[in-house]
Write a protein that binds this ligand. Structure first.
Ligand code: PLP
Length: 632
């Protein structure tokens, strides 16, 4: 197996070198505290490890003299192969701080780093430490992974706290986070001991392989997004994703709307880690759990009650399409009718029922069986700005000669995200509600992608002042990327017989925990306002940019879902690829992938948003240079 290995250092960027990921031959490594005379060798080792930040030999001599009892060396024979340089911070006496960890190139990726940390905590000077702390540069993926894995092997938490911001290192390097691993209680100490005495089996190889062969060889050809974004991702925080090469990508895709609160948001992660660490129950089918109880209570209190919404809650299987299937089934059962009206360019999921109400011909063709009991009608704007497409639906429902059986339901996305960021106007949504009410047809709003705050308000239909009969939610509901789906419906529609619609994963307890924590974002209107403000900022900037560049394109969206629909249909894909080259993840949408879809996390900072827009601008310029998209 060939690949690249990260060099370890808690400072600066990780370097890389070729190597194989076999486990360390730990038996032949000897560990000992540093002595004054080791200073020069420590300096040479750190230098050979290829780290960006190497201090002078004098500095290492000083460290070995004054901090020798908290500096650990690993030797193979006579050769120094690893070093941990640390100290006990006087102002944080419970912590043992790792300042630097370095491994000889030939030892990297074999688990020696983890072993070193364990041995280092075992030094007499560190035995009473309750926490292992270290500062790690944001882009140092190898060190981050080392500390995270070490925490996992001790079964303790690895908090990542904001610490030194980038402006404190003018022209030097990225911001540094404080990693705090612990508490190192008796159980954690025992785990460390076990891992030391059994190091060849307990040490995990670093496995830092930026090699995609394994996916190409064994994963099905059906894989999709990875083809547009060929990197192996390993860690992520906020608006950033980091690959195994330590490269950082600004995420303007947010897992297709799953990560509205960014990657690994601390306030949600803390709740999850705490739940896992106290052995909170993970799986219950649909049995009662404290995790579910708290979520239901909070959802009623924070979301439904303040909006005057009276809905029963059903937890179907964990994905969006599970929620859509349950909604369609319930509508058919309650009304005793089979047909469901959907809209052109709709997207509701890949299972047969959801596919039958999805517009995309390529996806529909994959069904392999007729997709029926549905009828597709034009979405808002489909026939041009001058046509109110609901005139057609109204006529079809009113006229007995229309040939359309009375449907059970109409299913709609207020903003068709996958379909090309097609935005229904408020008037159209209001009228759709009126028409469905007039004809006794249920209205299902599929809020899977644009709910949970994407358009500004928690539900995307709030602004239109309508109340759907059924609402589907998933994606960002758990707030953390854990699968969770929810169907909301008016109480009189709750005509399910017990167990009539079931499934194994109905309400995943860790997802309930994160979903409950995520509701804290909705205790006030701060996020809602921020989404509106950032959406306006991005839209105005895009409009100005396109005008200045003379590119023919339409900018449309609501809140923080924004589409740039280019006249040249191939252009969006090329811009997306150019963005990726510049360290950004952004997807396309629309039947021909003609729309560049901006879907950043709602919590993205204005600076990050603006950086992303800079990248889009550079990418458009680069695409124009290499492409024929003409200036107007
Ligand atoms: N409904 C909408 C509006 C969606 O955007 C999606 C997915 O993108 C789905 C349903 C299907 O969700 P899932 O892929 O989780 O099944």
């Amino acid at each position: 197996m060939t690949g690249t290995m990260m060099l370890l250092n808690t400072k600066g960027k990780a370097g890389k070198t070729a190597g194989s990921a076999n486990v360390a031959d730990a038996a032949n490594v000897r560990f000992r505290a540093a002595r004054r005379e080791d200073g020069a060798a420590m300096w040479a080792l750190v230098r050979s490890a290829g780290t960006l930040e190497v201090n002078s030999a004098y500095f290492y001599l000083l460290l070995a003299s004054d901090f020798g009892h908290t500096c650990l060396l690993a030797e193979r024979g006579k050769k120094l192969v690893g070093v941990v340089i640390g100290y006990r911070p006087p102002l944080d006496p419970e912590a043992a701080f790792v300042w630097q960890i370095g491994l000889a190139p030939e030892e990297q990726g074999k688990g020696l780093g983890q072993r070193l940390l364990g041995e280092w905590l075992n030094l007499p000077a560190n035995r009473d430490a309750r926490w292992l702390t270290a500062t790690v540069a944001l882009d140092n993926a190898a060190s981050r992974r080392l500390f995270e894995r070490f925490a996992v092997s001790c079964a303790v938490r690895c908090e990542q706290l904001e610490h030194f911001t980038a402006d404190l290192f003018p022209h030097e390097h990225e911001a540094e986070q404080l990693f705090r691993i612990g508490p190192l209680d008796a159980a954690a100490r025992e785990a460390i001991q076990r891992s030391i005495s059994n190091s060849t089996s307990n040490i995990q190889p670093m496995g830092d392989i930026a090699d995609m062969t394994v996916f190409e060889q064994y994963e099905s050809e059906v894989r999709g997004y990875c083809r547009n974004f060929p990197a192996v991702f390993d860690t992520a925080k906020g608006a950033w994703m980091i690959d195994t090469e330590g490269r950082r990508y600004l995420d303007f895709f947010a897992g297709a709307g799953v990560l509205n609160y960014g990657h690994n948001p601390d306030r949600i992660k803390e709740a999850l880690v705490e739940y896992l660490m106290r052995d909170g129950i993970t799986h219950t089918l649909d049995m009662y759990s404290v995790a579910k109880q708290h979520f239901i209570e909070q959802f009623q209190q924070v979301i439904l009650a303040p909006r005057g919404l009276n809905y029963k809650m059903q937890f179907p299987g964990p994905t969006g399409t599970n929620a859509v299937e349950a909604a369609l089934k319930l509508a058919r059962k309650v009304t005793g009718r089979e047909r469901v009206v959907s809209f052109t360019n709709a997207f509701h999921g890949m299972t047969l029922g959801s596919l039958a109400v999805t517009g995309n011909g390529f996806k529909r063709a994959g069904a392999g069986v007729p997709l029926n009991h549905t009828v597709s009608v034009p979405f808002d704007g489909y026939m041009g700005e001058q046509v109110d497409t609901l005139d057609y639906l109204q006529a079809m429902l009113t006229d007995d000669g229309s040939g359309m059986d009375k449907p059970a339901a109409v299913i709609v996305e207020t903003v068709q995200a996958e379909g090309g960021v097609n935005v229904a106007c408020m008037q159209w949504l209001k009228r759709l509600r009126e028409i469905t009410e007039e004809h006794g047809v249920l209205l299902i709003v599929d809020d899977i992608q644009v709910g949970c705050g994407r358009t500004g308000k928690f539900f995307s239909f709030e602004e239109a002042g309508i109340v759907p009969d059924i609402v589907t939610l998933s994606k960002s509901l758990s707030g953390y990327g854990l699968p969770l789906a929810l169907v909301l419906f008016k109480p009189e529609l709750d005509q399910w017989a017990p167990g009539e619609h079931n499934g194994t994963f109905r309400g995943h307890c860790p997802a309930f925990i994160t979903a409950t924590a995520a509701l804290s974002f909705w205790q006030n209107d701060w996020l809602s306002k921020a989404v509106q403000a950032k959406g306006r900022l991005a839209t105005e900037r895009l409009q100005k940019m396109l005008k200045n560049l003379g590119v023919k394109a339409e900018v449309r969206g609501r809140g923080l879902i924004i589409g740039v629909s280019f006249e040249d249909v191939a252009f969006a894909g090329q811009v997306s690829a150019a963005c990726f080259e510049r360290g950004m993840i952004i997807e396309t949408a629309g039947i021909n992938d003609e729309v560049l879809k901006l879907l950043p996390s709602l919590t993205i900072s204005e600076e990050e948003l603006s950086k992303g827009l800079d990248i889009i601008e550079q990418s458009i310029k680069a695409t124009m240079k290499g492409d024929s998209l003409s200036a107007a």
